[in-house]
Design a protein around this ligand. Sequence first.
Ligand code: PEP
Length: 249
Amino acid sequence: MKRYFIAGNWKMYKTVPEAVSLASELKARLSDCGEKLMIAPPFTALQAVAGVIKGTNILLGAQNMGPEESGAHTGEVSVLMLKDLGVSVVILGHSERRHTYGESDALINIKVRLALKHKLEVILCVGETLEEREQGVLEKVIRRQLSEGLKGVEPSALTDVTVAYEPVWAIGTGKTATPEDADAVHEFCRKVIAELYGQNAAKQLLIQYGGSVKPDNVAALMAKQNIDGALVGGASLKADTFVPIAKFR
Ligand code: PEP
């Protein structure tokens, strides 16, 4: 049976006590959930949340990572620091990093390779803006983000990569791609991965959908052949919305 990867991105929300409280509730309410689960609190709450979810079925994720192991990089957090706290997954190339903080495909690629070198799983986010969709360059953008983001990644490391398709216009807006539209882009992602790594790797690859996933739309999205999970922002901030998403079936 297909096992889905449901991940929560808490973005710049939650103080340490708030994060501990949410993680504790998720730990209790998701202990019987059979999907692959991850939560990504802000950096400041990673250690505390690690203590809560250690030994459970919930993986600890980080929302970003610096491009070097160590050095003079004021404000950055290194892969070694994340590993030290028990982080096992890192989200890279989120659209807020690309568009608000100007992260390029080249920078994201450096981070992807560094994370994989240190055996962190990577969620590589890709997605087009509304303007790009309307200009008909969606496939060109997705192909570039995938091939540049994964440049130099060995086929053997691809098993540690999940792709998250997140149309920028659907993030935090309440607008969701229709399941059919999302599935078509997921299928295209698989085609690009097949060109880069072969059919088998493309078949194995997990592709999450992200963009206003909520309890009432998750089942229809997950029913699509090429959708293997969800990267959830706003609805991951409350147990009452994240739990039904994770337990959509
Ligand atoms: C996200 O931040 O990755 C995201 C998909 O956010 P939201 O679910 O709020 O649209």
